[in-house]
Design a protein around this ligand. Sequence first.
Ligand code: MGD
Ligand code: MGD
Ligand code: MO
Length: 749
Amino acid sequence: VYSKTRVKYPMVRRSYLANPKGDTRRDLRGKEPFVRVSWDEALALTADAILRTAEKYGNEALFSSSYGGWSHAGLLRPQVLQGRLFGLIGGHSVTTGDYSGGASQVSLPHIIGDMEVYSPQTSWEVMAEHTQVMVWVGCDPFKNNRIEYTVADHQMVPRWKQIKERGVQFISINPQYTPTDEALGSEWVKIVPNTDTALFLAMAYHVYSTGKHDRAYLDKYTVGFDKFLPYLLGQDADGSPPKTPEWAAKITGIPAGKIVEMANLFASKRTQFAGAWSLQRAHHGEMTHWAIINFAAMLGKIGKPGEGVGFSWHYGNGGMPQSNAIVPVGLSQGRNPVKARCPASRISEMLLNPGKTYVRDGATHTYPNAKLIYNAGNNFMSHQQDTNELLRAMNQQVDTVICQDPWWCASSRFADIVLPATSALERNDISYGGTYSNDKIYAMRQVIATYGESLDDFEIFRRLAALLGVEYGFTEGQTVMQILENAYKATGHKVPFAEFWSKGLVTMPIPTEMRRWVRHGDFHADPVKNKLHTQSGKIELYCSQIASFKIPDCPPIPKYLEPAEFLGNAQPGQVHVVSPHPYNRVHSQMAQADVRFEQNVKGRQHIRISVEDAQAKGIVSGDLVELYNGRGRLIAGAVVTDQIMKGVVSLEEGNWISLDSKGRCNSGAINIITSSRASSGLSQATTANTCIASLKKCLDAEGENRAYEPPAVTNRAGKLGLNIGAMKLTERAQKIKGATLATMVPGEK
Ligand SMILES: Nc1nc2c(c(=O)[nH]1)N[C@H]1C(S)=C(S)[C@@H](COP(=O)(O)OP(=O)(O)OC[C@H]3O[C@@H](n4cnc5c(=O)[nH]c(N)nc54)[C@H](O)[C@@H]3O)O[C@H]1N2
Ligand SMILES: Nc1nc2c(c(=O)[nH]1)N[C@H]1C(S)=C(S)[C@@H](COP(=O)(O)OP(=O)(O)OC[C@H]3O[C@@H](n4cnc5c(=O)[nH]c(N)nc54)[C@H](O)[C@@H]3O)O[C@H]1N2
Ligand SMILES: [Mo]
């Protein structure tokens, strides 16, 4: 919180400040110095830019990149407050879906009636009692559960250890050996990235051809096996070969004998498949979870105690029993009158193609003509794939970029107006935990004074609302403490608010029956009474709804479709780059903090490289390496290890950006080289894990990594000269809101 990378005062990029309505020299974003301004000036400039954009192009041209909300685990999340403000002034274009589970959140509701990626898992006690084999497919709970969307409570760690002590066998299918595997002693099965679908198809082929599939289960709980089977057997109209273990061995790199051995083991033991989200952040990412579901269904496992499929074991302490208690809810985002949506990871495509139509989940949409980006609590310059493409798109299309963040993160640095927010330690809020157990409510009390001139997100948006004449609609006359108290009281918790606030924590009991809870258990017990929310009410091994969409790159059964780039079509010597979420941080947050020295190599993000690749390229641990492809180049620090397979490197996502004179990112930010290709026309999700690059030792770095230094700040030449009164902000806001003000609250000034 006291890092030199804090934004101390409101800041405006020099050329933007000099001429906000004219040529702002967009090409200098991220390059030229910032100028300190007062809050009054910064907010007037912001309000004016919002209004000018809406006046000229309509409210659709205001784009919120504030997707997700990993910034702050309280009730007053910046992106929610932002949505609330913009809703009151006629709305803005927003993102739809997310990066995390972007493919499966669209496909799985059609297939198994639920997104699954954000759903509670079978409770620990059931797992401990029933499970014999636990299969991690890319899944790494000991890393990914270190954080969560609310407050992580780490209750899973001792519980997994207990499960291990009961003799459960752990198998990890992953190009690298993970912290989970180390903790639980998993057997490591190395797989070529992006080929898991082929593995599960081959195991399905094997159990079918040896008669180990559960015909009665398929009849009772699924539809479409008759349409899936011909594909498995090589009798599909697509002319593809039978999905034999030998076929899959060539694709996955797993020997056919091992595929057969695993299929037999899973068929004969009570087995739970834990699929990561990483699997579906890939080209044709919709296919992988589906293939796992079809295989588990053929073995008759889904819905049985300790068996089946789960796609959220690594998230929200998956496995914690649920309290089902009411959790506190903050201010609502209200209604957004603008209907334009951009799939979360398609920002560059949207900017480069205003007005273009696209399909998602069977419906046709149009990209808005986005001219202003408002970013709060979100680091889109670091999280969006293909940074160079994004920079080109912003240069071409975006007049104003506003970033509201406590730090000089990648997005602040490339913004025109930077509004410094306080950090979570500098204000009051409430949170709860965990995402699935919901068994605690926390008081997030302010513990330090606000830093510099930074303001709480609530206060920044309240002041903007006041300038735009919608303050009452925004606050509804409440202070922050009143909002928090009301939210707490609405949970009905018996501990009074004052006592909760001073204690800091209250707990909620877990009902006994929830300790026996089994994912899909109700459906298994009675598939007629407890139908799934699919069209057929059953598990769809073939999905007629998806078939009806007729999407060329998303078939109605899970097929192995070769990724556009992977080891199977790479040039000799190239590597597949996976970009897992960081062990020591949440995405880009704290990338600048001292904790980075625990893992950084020569001040850069560390990259895991196999012993074989390192030897072939003359790289040793501690060397700088360059990773490059047609999209970009970056420099990272080598960690040579036998815990990653040959041909694959692993570079955690979330570094800030520092470009050298050759355009190389000198801090190792992965998205300089990733592709913005969509998974398919079904979900339009990110494919961050589908990335091929060349690797070499780097001997010509141009100096230290400067990504974690604050940018240059210069004094202004002369006065800003904004006559705020003359800007008539409130009057103009009334006009863009239109004549029918459904959002107007009586008494509003
Ligand atoms: N510590 C920490 N935890 C986090 C986060 C964080 O930033 N830090 N972020 C949170 C968020 S927002 C999300 S979305 C989740 C992400 O959760 P996930 O997407 O499940 O996790 P990742 O960390 O991206 O990747 C996990 C593993 O996937 C493997 N992998 C990559 N590609 C493949 C493949 O093709 N096949 C197989 N079998 N394995 C593959 C990687 O080697 C890695 O070990 O994590 C959450 N948890
Ligand atoms: N290559 C690759 N790219 C990826 C992924 C991947 O696996 N590989 N994963 C993707 C996924 S799943 C996700 S979820 C995204 C994550 O992308 P983001 O959600 O953008 O990630 P964060 O770095 O957590 O960004 C949060 C920002 O909020 C700021 N912040 C913190 N507290 C506050 C606050 O109180 N107020 C305000 N206003 N700001 C605050 C932080 O400084 C930070 O800049 O990345 C995606 N990008
Ligand atoms: Mo995510």
